[in-house]
Design a protein around this ligand. Structure first.
Ligand SMILES: Cc1cc2nc3c(=O)[nH]c(=O)nc-3n(C[C@H](O)[C@H](O)[C@H](O)COP(=O)(O)O)c2cc1C
Length: 194
């Protein structure tokens, strides 16, 4: 397969794989996770800001994340509390091999708009998605649970100006994702040729 063919295949067949599709309890070698994170850091970023910050949970670390996020959810949910969400936040992390909490450190030393810090971290997330797929592993980004809770930030080493972007779950695939769809290209692209 030529390099473009290989990349077309990778980009188009990358799929989100969710925790219930993982082989629960099967751990990925940490060296692979490090390679995936190195790829993440090769994402484009304006002004060499490298605004991404990663916190990796694995082994008993997954239990720490599970306890932290479920308890914070309980504290913050008020009358919107749902028992099913609480249980999911407790149990889902334990189905993964590794979870990478994705943080964005806001660039304050240069005149970089926040949208560009966000865009750079989003590029890093896509590198993670593609790398996970290239290794034949499964994973997905979730922005549910405590992602947007101000009180969550310090647990991941983030300050008030920074953002928690979400959680990237990674595991071995037990059940592959079913077919995905995209809208026809023509509906999303306009060509200007003259
Ligand atoms: C910014 C962002 C946030 C996401 N948050 C969630 C989420 O909270 N829960 C979820 O099930 N999937 C989440 N996803 C994954 C999407 O559900 C998934 O990308 C979408 O269904 C398309 O499937 P694909 O990734 O296989 O192409 C998120 C994806 C992105 C890019």
């Amino acid at each position: 397969m030529s390099k473009p063919e290989w990349f077309n295949e990778l980009a188009r067949n990358r799929r989100s794989v969710f925790p219930d599709q993982f082989e629960a309890g099967k751990r990925i070698n940490d060296d692979i996770i490090k390679q995936i994170l190195i790829n993440a850091t090769w994402a484009p970023n304006h002004g060499k800001t490298e605004p991404w910050r990663f916190t990796v949970f694995t082994g008993d670390g997954l239990k720490k994340l599970a306890a932290f996020q479920s308890e914070l959810y309980k504290q913050e949910a008020g009358e919107n509390f749902k028992e099913a969400t609480y249980i999911k936040l407790q149990q889902n992390p334990l189905k993964a091999s590794h979870i990478i909490a994705i943080g964005m450190k806001r660039t304050t030393t240069k005149n970089i708009p926040e949208a560009e810090d966000i865009a750079a971290v989003a590029c890093a997330v896509q590198n993670i998605y593609l790398s996970v797929s290239a290794y034949g592993l499964g994973g997905y980004l979730t922005t549910g649970g405590i992602t947007y809770k101000e009180k969550a930030k310090s647990f991941f080493g983030l300050g008030d100006e920074d953002k928690l972007f979400g959680f990237f779950y990674i595991g071995h695939i037990a059940v592959p994702s079913a077919g995905a769809t995209r809208q026809p290209l023509e509906e999303r692209v306009k060509w200007i040729t003259e």
